[in-house]
Write a protein that binds this ligand. Structure first.
Ligand SMILES: O=C(O)C(=O)C[C@@H](O)[C@H](O)[C@H](O)COP(=O)(O)O
Length: 373
């Protein structure tokens, strides 16, 4: 489905490209300012009679017209579907709205879906692309920091179920990712912090030097310094590309990208989707998983305060809701990494190295007692 961007195309000079190496499913991530309005960003996408932009009511007023104008140069018809904003809408109703629109416009199996928005839009558009007529091409145009560094890359698509996060979905790769750093200018501070959580994640799981870099440059990232953001997005995508290139369908290694997510998903589902942002729950979940890594003797004691301080400085919550230990355990048993009823956590086993293991319920209870209120 993917078409490589010819090198001769004139992307803005500061554009960085990270390649996802997956043979015929491989694609490029374009990272830089000015990409939405650069005609080169949109050249070489799969050919089709029509494109359908999927976006939400927050993002549409900001970027829809500009993206539509670029797509109109390549597709005879450019439709749109506007979804409500928020994690609580990552569900069957929204997925149906995308499929309804495709059918109502008699869209054929070459129709290109374009996900314009954050992780929720990207995950749902990708899932719709995976199932409509058994698969149509799609393009990710992430407009949040979290989507640019994580969810738009790697082909995990999904909707939530009331009993579990991302429980229904498919691995389905986009044809291209267009990450325009200028879209981060309009991001609310809470959303910026949520994206920082996924950036921070890459340090302890894969790159100790990057963790130190984030600590040293966090103020610049919070001030939206373009050079700092460009480096953080690029390095995050490089690490994710390295992981996904080896284990596209999470048979092993890819699970490290779930650091903090076992606790985090329990917080999101337990509180009700949309109460906390995904990145907020992951930030708090990383504090808990760091503590568990220490309690299991995998990391020295100073690792926990180091992680907690960084996550707190990023503006993320470090204390989780007091749902009760039994409720947390019940929610975490539903996690996709569980096997035979055993909850498995991604834990840090040395700076830049992660692995997956179980832990005694009593120890998990101590962690929950220490980090919930
Ligand atoms: O790409 C992956 O693999 C990840 O686990 C990245 C996560 O940060 C992301 O939140 C992902 O959508 C979670 O997937 P899930 O399978 O744990 O629901």
């Amino acid at each position: 489905m993917s078409v490589a961007v010819p090198l001769s195309l004139s992307l803005p000079p500061s554009t960085e490209t990270v390649a996802i190496a997956l043979d015929e499913r491989g694609y490029d991530i374009l990272i830089g300012p000015g990409l939405l309005d650069a005609p080169a960003s949109w050249q070489g996408l799969p050919k089709a009679a029509a494109a359908l932009i999927v976006t939400n009511e927050t993002v549409a007023p900001l970027y829809l017209d500009r993206v539509r104008a670029q797509l109109a140069a390549h597709y005879g018809r450019v439709d749109k579907v506007l979804l409500p904003d928020g994690e609580q809408h990552k569900d069957w109703n929204s997925l149906n709205a995308i499929v309804d629109r495709l059918l109502a416009t008699a869209s054929d199996r070459k129709t290109v879906l374009v996900a314009l928005g954050g992780g929720v839009i990207g995950d749902m558009t990708g899932f719709a692309a995976a199932i409509y007529m058994r698969g149509v091409p799609f393009v990710q145009v992430p407009t949040t920091l979290l989507a640019q560094v994580d969810s738009s890359v790697g082909g995990k698509t999904a909707i939530n179920h009331p009993l579990g996060k991302n429980m229904l979905g498919a691995f389905y790769q986009p044809a291209r990712v267009i990450a325009d750093l200028d879209t981060l200018d309009t991001l609310p501070p809470r959303e910026l912090a949520a994206g920082l959580a996924e950036i921070i994640k890459y340090g302890p799981i894969a790159d100790a030097d990057f963790l130190a870099w984030i600590e040293a440059n966090l103020d610049a990232l919070l001030a939206r310094d373009k050079a700092a953001l460009a480096h953080a997005v690029k390095r995050s995508c490089e690490i994710k590309a390295w992981v996904v290139g080896q284990d596209e369908r999470e048979q092993g290694l890819r699970a490290i990208l779930n650091f903090g997510h076992t606790f985090g998903h329990a917080i999101e589902t337990g509180l009700g989707y949309g109460e906390w942002l995904h990145g907020e729950a992951v930030g708090c979940g990383m504090v808990m998983a760091s503590d568990l890594s220490v309690r299991l003797g995998l990391m020295p004691a100073d690792f926990l305060p180091r992680m907690r301080r960084l996550i707190e400085r990023a503006g993320l919550p470090v204390v989780g809701p007091r749902l009760g230990v039994e409720r947390y355990l019940e929610l975490m048993r539903v996690d996709k990494k569980s096997e035979g009823g055993e909850i498995r956590f991604v834990l840090i086993e040395g700076l830049g190295k992660a692995g997956m293991r179980g832990a005694p319920d009593a120890l998990v209870a101590q962690v929950l007692d220490a980090h919930t209120a």
